[in-house]
Design a protein around this ligand. Structure first.
Ligand SMILES: *[C@@H]1O[C@H](CO)[C@@H](O)[C@H](O)[C@H]1NC(C)=O
Ligand SMILES: *[C@@H]1O[C@H](CO)[C@@H](O)[C@H](O)[C@H]1NC(C)=O
Ligand SMILES: *[C@@H]1O[C@H](CO)[C@@H](O)[C@H](O)[C@H]1NC(C)=O
Ligand SMILES: *[C@@H]1O[C@H](CO)[C@@H](O)[C@H](O)[C@H]1NC(C)=O
Length: 334
């Protein structure tokens, strides 16, 4: 017998056995209810191992969630701007326009249309489920990161979010070196490498025009201060913070404290809605109660606590409350 023939026969026997066994099992199951036990047991072990809401040991949403959290947390408000979520209610549009008033704002819907000719329009990250365990690190800019040695821990996260100027070069031991998302606005913009997503927080229509310009013609050089006319960033990885989500953070999580949320708080809220675990680094003051950036020489006084527009104390309270309720993990540095 040739090798090929022998293989064919073996394959046939295997198939025959499989069909017979399946048929037997099927008819047996119908006749014998005791086999339901096995089905039940396997479902039980599934739910035991997958732990329900996400694939991590502990998830942001849990079945036994506390009322303070469930009253606020709304997963159906999508954090990013798409063509779909760019449609704003009159109320939201008016609120958003009021953040940084423009004398003659351009036509918002026309700007948005142009924007999505330059950057992709896609629904990302909304794949929560029992299989997913997405760990995120939100790295603030506090001086409490100095000497913290959090670098390797931060770098081991799936998503690493940094904010505004946030350098890593020279500070790797304390802040890590990887960045998956860099949050900025035109006035705080920095160049990125090809693999990092730029997450723009728009405070006005001009900010949307600026990102279009900064990625193409470089014609916009000024908002309320001079801004970078061009920026190095991967166009396919540019994301825009949704004004509707922005307002939801302000109304629901800050209960309208301050004029608007800080970039740090907005970044934390973004993470809370796209991740399964959130670790927070570099928020708050350092061990001496000083508020400064980790790359600055320590000086007394408030660099970003009382900026006039943010209620830093209220934001910090909400952040601590989230930590108390095990929704986020705070690393306080030193
Ligand atoms: C959550 O957000 C959606 C979409 O904006 C809204 O329709 C819904 O009422 C919100 N749910 C709660 C409980 O606030
Ligand atoms: C903005 O442009 C759109 C489409 O060109 C137009 O339908 C709309 O009326 C304009 N809105 C305003 C406020 O001018
Ligand atoms: C950056 O990534 C894009 C694809 O996402 C690629 O087309 C482009 O060539 C890359 N540029 C550099 C400088 O690596
Ligand atoms: C923060 O929380 C503390 C204690 O719960 C409270 O005394 C304080 O007033 C809160 N601060 C703000 C700004 O809400």
């Amino acid at each position: 017998m040739s090798l090929l023939k022998r293989r064919k026969i073996r394959a046939f026997i295997a198939l025959f056995c499989a069909v017979t066994f399946t048929t037997f099992l099927f008819s047996y199951t119908l006749r014998d209810p005791s086999l339901y036990f096995f089905k039940y047991a396997s479902r039980l072990s599934d739910s035991f191992f997958s732990k329900g809401q996400c694939g991590c040991g502990r998830c942001i949403t849990e079945v036994d969630d506390d009322p303070w959290f469930t009253e606020r947390f709304n997963l159906s408000v999508y954090p990013l701007m798409t063509r779909r979520t760019s449609l704003l209610t009159d109320d939201t549009y008016r609120w958003w326009q009021w953040l940084q008033v423009e004398r003659q704002p351009a036509n918002y819907s026309e700007v948005v249309e142009k924007l999505f000719q330059v950057i992709p329009d896609s629904d990302l990250y909304m794949d929560a489920g029992p299989e997913r365990c997405r760990s995120c690190a939100v790295v603030g800019n506090s001086g409490n990161l100095k000497g913290s040695r959090y670098g390797s821990q931060i770098d081991s996260s799936d998503v690493i979010i940094r904010i505004n100027q946030a350098p890593t070069s020279g500070y790797e031991k304390d802040v890590g070196s990887r960045t998956t998302h860099h949050v900025m606005y035109p006035e705080s913009a920095v160049d990125l490498d090809n693999t990092t997503s730029l997450l723009l927080i728009p405070f006005k229509t001009l900010d949307l025009q600026w990102i279009i310009s900064a990625l193409t013609t470089g014609s916009i050089k000024h908002t309320y201060i001079p801004v970078r006319s061009r920026i190095k960033a991967n166009k396919d990885r540019v994301l825009i913070y949704s004004p509707t989500f922005f307002k939801y953070v302000y109304d629901t999580w800050l209960e309208s404290h301050g004029r608007y949320p800080s970039t740090g708080f907005l970044s934390l809220m973004f993470a809370l809605h796209i991740c399964d675990t959130v670790s927070v680094y570099g928020f708050g003051a350092d061990q001496y109660g000083n508020w400064h950036h980790y790359w600055e020489v320590n000086h007394l006084g408030g660099a970003f606590r009382h900026t006039g527009v943010h209620d830093g104390d209220y934001e910090y309270n909400v952040t601590l409350l989230l930590a108390d309720k095990h929704k986020i993990k705070m690393f306080k540095g030193r």
